[in-house]
Design a binder for this molecule. Structure first.
Ligand code: COS
Length: 385
C-alpha cells in the first residue's frame, strides 16, 4: 500500500479545493441563513463528475476509490459541510445497491447515480428508533409480484430531492430480530410514497432533511436487494462503508476551522503582537493542528483499506469494522472540539454570522450524531476488540 497520496489523488484534491473556494464558499453563508436546498450545488458536483467518484467503472463511475471520495468530501466540507454531504449521502443511498444488488439491479440503477443524473437517499431511521435497527417498524408485505410498504422514516438526508431511496423494512415481524427485514429500492414517483415534514436544523441547514411516508406503497418484488432476511446485514455493511464519508465531512469541517482561525490569529493583534504569538491562543491552534492531522491519518488509512475490499455481501473483518467506526467517531469528535476552539480564537467575531466559524461549529454537531451516534461507534469499537 502506498502511504502518500498518488499524483492523481493530489490533482483531484487541488481541483476540488479550487472549486470549493471559487464556487462553493461564496454562497455558503447565504445557503445556511436561508436553509434552502440549492440545486446549483448539485449541478456543480454533476458537472465535475464527483458523484461517481467511488462508483465502479463498470457502471459508469470513475472507479477512483474511497480515498478519492474522502478527499472530495473533505475539500467541499472545508468551506460548506452541507455541500460535502451531497456527495457523501449520495454514496450512502447508493451503497445498498452496490453491495447487495444483483447484476440487473446494478445495471438499472447505478449508471444514472454515477453521473448524478439521479440522486439517492438512504432510509433507515424511524421516529421510534435510529440506533436500535433491530427494532424498526416500517413493514413490507409480499403480495404476488409486489411488496406493499407501510411506515414512516425520518431525518432522511436528500429524501425530498432523491430519485431513488433505499428503504429498510421488516418483512417478517415474527422472525428473529436480525433476520426479519429487507432493503428495497423505492422510486420517487411511486404511488403511496410521499415526502412529509422538512426539518429546520441547527446546522447543515441547506441539506434536505425530511420525513418520508409510505402508505400502501406498492413496488415491484424485484426491487428487493438480496434476499428477504438480509436487510440488517445489508444496512450494517452499508454503514461500515459509508461512515468514512461522514468522517471526511467532519475532517473537512475541522480543517476548515483550523485554516480560518490560524489565518485570523496571524492577522489580529493584541498587546502589541499577533494573537497566535500568545501561547493561550497559539497552543489551541497547535492542538487543533495535531488532532486534525491525526484524524486525517486514521481516515485515509481506513479508506485505503476499504477500497481494497470487494463491494459485495462478504463479511468484513472486525478490524475493518472497527476502523470505520473509529474514523467516524474520532473525526466527528475532533470537528466538534476544534470548531468550538476556533470560535474561541476569534472571540466576539467567532460568535457572529459574518464569520464562518460559528456555522462550522453548528455543522460539526451532526457528525457526532448521524450514521451511528458516537456512543454507538464506541460500542462498535469495543465489540470488535
Ligand atoms: N458490520 C457488519 N455486521 C455487523 C455490524 C457491523 N458494523 N454490527 C453488527 N453486525 C452483525 C453481527 O455480526 C451479527 O451478525 P450475526 O447475527 O450473523 O452473528 C448481527 O449483525 C447482529 O449484531 P448485534 O447483536 O451486535 O446487533 P444489535 O442489534 O445489538 O445492534 C449495533 C448492533 C448497535 C452496532 C447496530 O444496531 C448499529 O450499528 N446501530 C446503529 C445504526 C445507525 O447507524 N443508525 C443511524 C441511522 S442511519 S443514518
Amino acid at each position: 500500500m502506498q502511504y502518500e497520496l498518488t499524483e492523481e489523488q493530489r490533482m483531484l484534491q487541488d481541483m476540488v479545493r479550487r472549486l470549493a473556494r471559487e464556487k462553493v464558499e461564496p454562497g455558503a453563508a447565504k445557503r445556511d441563513a436561508e436553509g434552502k436546498f440549492d440545486w446549483a450545488m448539485v449541478d456543480l458536483i454533476r458537472e465535475n463528475g464527483l458523484y461517481g467518484i467511488d462508483f465502479s467503472e463498470a457502471y459508469g463511475g470513475s472507479g477512483a476509490g474511497m480515498l478519492a471520495l474522502a478527499i472530495v468530501v473533505e475539500e467541499l466540507s472545508k468551506v460548506d459541510a452541507a455541500c460535502g454531504l451531497l456527495v457523501a449521502d449520495h454514496e450512502l443511498g447508493s451503497l445498498p445497491i452496490m453491495l447487495a444488488g444483483n447484476e440487473e439491479q446494478k445495471q438499472h440503477y447505478l449508471p444514472k447515480l454515477a453521473t448524478g443524473e439521479h440522486l439517492a437517499a438512504f432510509a433507515l431511521t424511524e421516529p421510534a428508533a435510529g440506533s436500535d435497527v433491530a427494532r424498526l417498524r416500517c413493514r413490507a408485505v409480499k403480495a404476488g409480484d409486489s411488496y406493499i410498504i407501510n411506515g414512516t422514516k425520518n431525518f432522511i438526508t436528500n429524501g425530498g430531492v432523491a430519485n431513488i431511496v433505499t428503504v429498510y423494512a421488516v418483512t417478517d415481524p415474527e422472525g428473529k430480530p436480525h433476520k426479519n427485514a429487507g432493503v428495497f429500492v423505492v422510486e420517487k414517483d411511486t404511488p403511496g410514497f410521499s415526502v412529509g415534514k422538512k426539518e429546520d436544523k441547527l446546522g447543515i441547514r441547506s441539506s434536505d432533511t425530511v420525513e418520508l411516508i409510505f402508505e400502501d406503497c406498492e413496488i415491484p418484488a424485484e426491487n428487493l436487494l438480496g434476499q428477504e432476511g438480509d436487510g440488517f446485514h445489508v444496512m450494517m455493511k452499508t454503514l461500515d462503508f459509508s461512515r468514512p464519508g461522514v468522517a471526511a465531512q467532519a475532517l473537512g469541517i475541522a480543517a476548515g476551522a483550523l485554516e480560518y482561525a490560524t489565518a485570523y490569529a496571524k492577522e489580529r493583534e493584541s498587546f502589541g503582537k499577533p494573537i497566535i504569538r500568545h501561547q493561550g491562543v497559539g497552543f489551541k491552534l497547535a492542538e487543533m493542528a495535531m488532532r486534525t492531522a491525526a484524524a486525517r491519518q486514521l481516515l485515509y488509512k481506513t479508506c485505503a483499506l476499504y477500497q481494497e475490499q470487494p463491494k459485495d455481501m462478504s463479511r468484513l473483518s472486525p478490524e475493518l469494522i472497527r476502523m470505520s467506526a473509529m474514523s467516524k467517531c474520532y473525526c466527528g469528535d475532533v470537528a466538534m472540539w476544534a470548531t468550538i476552539e476556533a470560535v474561541q480564537v476569534l472571540g466576539g467575531y467567532g460568535y457572529i454570522k459574518e464569520f464562518p466559524v460559528e456555522r462550522m461549529m453548528r455543522d460539526a454537531k451532526i457528525t457526532q450524531i448521524y450514521e451511528g451516534t458516537n456512543e454507538i461507534m464506541r460500542l462498535v469499537i469495543c465489540n470488535t476488540l
